[in-house]
Design a protein around this ligand. Structure first.
Ligand SMILES: [Zn+2]
Length: 511
């Protein structure tokens, strides 16, 4: 499987972009009335309710918690009151919570403690035993192609059937899920995953997921610590103690789905935002901002009597933070007939980052290292946003379809997608600060996935600009007469992205 560059370097200002493919532009729709109605104040009114819900429910709105349920009830009430046809879609998911930080100690020949982190969906428990490296560790790390440590069962020295053994595995090539499955099959009782060692892959391995619950404890460490432990194992027997303390249990969550009563039901625009936060906080930027922006757009479309030509389906996804589970459940459960009615997906995940960039999803593949584009129509969606912002004198930058949000399952089904993003934990570059303002060298959102993602963690300028662009794109796709394609359905000439190209599932790295 190919691995794509995670960080896109080089800023492309969309206004000066020459499109990679000659996309047929969607016809202009006058969206003034709706944009004037969708205000920062209107968005903030919903955000305040979400903050109060979090305050009243233990400081979180994560799926599987009462804070999520109250958020869902609020959104449902608002949409019902605005005249939408509202339904909900319940589903079960593996709820995962870390109860205490992981530990990793070398017990012998010398006692050493290592900085470590629990991988998402790790098993829980304590294992003390011999540390055994896979046979194909690559030290020093090479440029790509990288380590394939532990991708196959044959990479492991068969584990002792009596004494506990801990696998030492290097990141690289296949997914963490595949490495853990192979270690388990080879008979190991725990796994220590160290970072790969090539540029950008040296730090403590954190923010990664196994994707689904596993039985054995799995922790991450830095490349340097991995090298130290690896060299120790080559010198003689090494014993380590690994501990994780987590709960994984099946819980229920839901998607809230609201259809406009009018509009062509055979051409449905799915406008999505994830409703859940992480357990760590209220999620007022991630993703109270996208939630509130599409909720306010829905309410104002109703109040201003916007008559959609295409039906608009506002979707508030559950369990995005557990791996895009709500949007995946939705797409997976569409019948063939229903799937054929979905015309496009717009996704809004984080619109109020305090150190923001106006990122537009890279539908035409202009920023992809391999020129991979979204499904046909995605380039036109990108250009709706880019042209709108250009008309406002505002720069944009493309952001990769890398699997980090709920467009993922739509793209995987070949549905054109697009949307906005104001930036997460990534660091603003000098070039971006020169174009967009803000502070270079600082994260776009310093409170990403943290307790401080509260009402103070919002840029009202970002909400204003991206909120208006949200209303513009929703109304343009709702009312367009031309659609994406000329007669004969001119297709994109660019090679298309595949779900196998994604490095992420939600916020967590897959490989
Ligand atoms: Zn998010």
């Amino acid at each position: 499987m190919r691995r794509r560059a995670v960080v896109l370097t080089g800023l492309v200002i969309a206004a000066t972009l020459v499109p990679v493919t000659a996309a047929v532009a969607v016809d202009d729709v006058n969206t003034n009335k709706l944009r004037n109605a969708v205000t920062v104040n209107g968005i903030l009114q919903h955000e305040r309710v979400l903050q109060r819900i979090s305050n009243d429910n233990g400081g979180t709105r994560a799926s599987g918690t009462p804070g999520f349920e109250a958020s869902a009830d609020y959104v449902k009430d608002q949409l019902t009151g605005a005249g939408y046809v509202v339904s909900e879609q319940e589903f079960e998911f593996p709820f995962f919570q870390e109860l205490a930080p992981a530990t990793l100690d070398q017990v012998s020949p010398t006692e050493t403690s290592y900085e470590t982190a629990t991988l998402e969906y790790s098993g829980s428990g304590e294992v003390t035993g011999a540390l055994v490296a896979t046979t194909n560790v690559v030290i020093p790390a090479t440029e790509e192609p990288s380590s394939a440590s532990g991708c196959a069962v044959g990479d492991f020295v068969p584990a002792d059937s009596v004494e506990p053994q801990v696998a030492l595995i290097q990141r690289g090539t296949c997914t963490f899920a595949e490495k853990v499955a192979a270690a388990t099959e080879a008979g190991y009782d725990a796994a220590v995953m160290f970072n790969e060692g090539n540029p950008g892959r040296t730090e403590l391995l954190t923010g990664v997921t196994i994707g689904e619950p596993v039985a054995i404890p799995v922790v991450g460490i830095s490349y340097a610590d991995g090298v130290a432990l690896y060299e120790a194992t080559q010198a003689g027997p090494v014993s380590v103690a690994v501990s994780t303390d987590v709960i994984t249990e099946t819980r229920t969550t839901r998607n809230i789905i609201a259809d406009t009563p009018k509009g062509d039901p055979d051409k449905v625009i799915v406008v999505g935002a994830h409703l859940d936060s992480v357990l760590a906080g209220a999620g007022i930027n991630d993703n109270g901002s996208g939630t509130s922006a599409i909720l306010e757009t829905a309410i104002q479309m109703s109040q201003k009597h916007v008559k959609p030509r295409q039906q608009v389906r506002f979707a508030f996804w559950g369990a995005e933070e557990s791996g895009l589970l709500g949007s995946t459940h939705y797409v997976d459960n569409l019948t063939d007939a229903e799937l054929s009615t979905i015309y496009a997906n717009l996704n809004f995940d984080m619109l109020g980052s305090t150190n923001y960039v106006r990122f537009v999803y890279d539908g035409d593949g202009s920023a992809d290292p391999d020129g991979l584009a979204g499904p046909p129509g995605s380039a036109q969606i990108e250009s709706i946003f880019d042209q709108y912002f250009a008309g406002q004198g505002l720069a944009t930058a493309p952001t990769a379809f890398d699997g980090r949000s709920d467009y993922g399952p739509f793209i995987a089904a070949g549905i054109p997608a697009g949307g906005l993003f104001s930036g997460a934990e990534g660091i603003k570059t000098e070039e971006e600060a020169a174009v967009f303002g803000g502070t270079a060298g600082e994260p776009y959102d310093a409170c990403y996935h943290a307790a401080c993602d509260d009402m103070s963690n919002l840029s009202t300028a970002a909400l204003n600009e991206l909120g208006d662009a949200t209303a513009h794109a929703v109304m343009t796709l709702a009312k367009t007469k031309s659609g994406f394609f000329e007669d004969g359905s001119r297709m994109s000439l660019a090679p298309q992205i595949s779900v196998d190209d994604f490095d992420y599932r939600g916020s967590q790295l897959l490989r």
